[in-house]
Design a protein around this ligand. Structure first.
Ligand code: FNU
Length: 245
């Protein structure tokens, strides 16, 4: 792995969020169309990879592997390199969802990934809490692994996507491993909501095909952070999609 230090740290960034505060500067926007999934489990590795590729990606997505390994305090450290998305696939009753989302945004995350199958009230509570903190919500419409369309069949995925739109979510998660599904789900949500698509690289998805199918961002993890040259790998994906976005 290349040594850290290429990325300009986002020194002025205010990371911890408080209710009602304007955090508009801390929201990610599409530049490269890439999100890094950072599922390493120790802080040193996480910061090393973030330093190596942070300026090539529009956000860093973290989840249980890293947060259970290091604690939520890793968010403010990573947010110096790129906005952080908390992939907790929040899936509980509205009150518990609110408590989880409050921690996520107070820690400085720009967005949270939640499950939509819990229903309108649970999803609405996540969106309400995100709005209070100036954060964003992505609802999982369909998952990328081979068994991911077993329960998330066509009807369920489309209903969740429609519910995400109705609830005021910022976007949905759709599988880069099935670009045809990205296209169909894009048709359900229209142009307003964003699509982030995991499954590029290690799970076999193609970044270019996923963007062509209508995703705003592709997500790649292992193919970048397990590479000998994470920056080189990230750069390859960036080059593959830069003419498409
Ligand atoms: P990589 N992820 C996924 N599929 O892979 N959040 C989904 O349907 C989904 C996700 C996450 O395979 C996964 O947990 F909803 O190493 C991992 O963090 O490139 C990342 O996306 C993919 O990582």
């Amino acid at each position: 792995m290349k040594k850290a230090g290429k990325t300009k740290r986002r020194e002025k960034l205010k990371v911890g969020r408080t209710k009602g505060e304007d955090m508009s500067e801390n929201v990610f926007e599409r530049k490269s169309g890439m999100i890094l999934a950072l599922d390493v489990t120790d802080e040193a590795s996480a910061l090393e990879v973030a330093a190596a590729v942070g300026d090539l990606v529009d956000a860093v997505k973290i989840g249980y592997p890293l947060v259970l390994g290091t604690g939520l305090s890793v968010v403010s450290k990573l947010a110096k390199y790129a906005p952080v998305i908390a992939d907790f696939k929040v899936a509980d009753i509205p009150n518990t969802n609110r408590l989880i989302c409050e921690h996520v945004f107070k820690a400085g995350c720009a967005a949270v990934i939640v499950q939509g199958f819990t229903g309108p009230d649970s999803l609405a509570e996540c969106v309400k809490t995100a709005n209070e903190y100036g954060g964003k919500v992505f609802a999982v419409a369909e998952m990328s692994h081979p068994g991911g369309d077993h329960f998330f069949d066509d009807r369920v995925s489309k209903e969740i996507a429609a519910l995400a739109k109705k609830s005021g979510a910022f976007g949905i998660v759709a599988p880069a491993t099935r670009p045809d599904r990205v296209k169909e789900l894009r048709a359900v949500i229209g142009g307003e909501l964003k699509i982030i698509s995991p499954g590029v690289g290690s799970q076999g998805g193609s970044a270019a095909d996923t963007i062509k199918a209508g995703a705003d961002w592709v997500i790649a993890g292992r193919s970048i952070y397990n590479a000998k040259d994470p920056r080189g790998e990230a750069q390859k994906i960036k080059t593959e999609i830069e003419k498409l976005i």
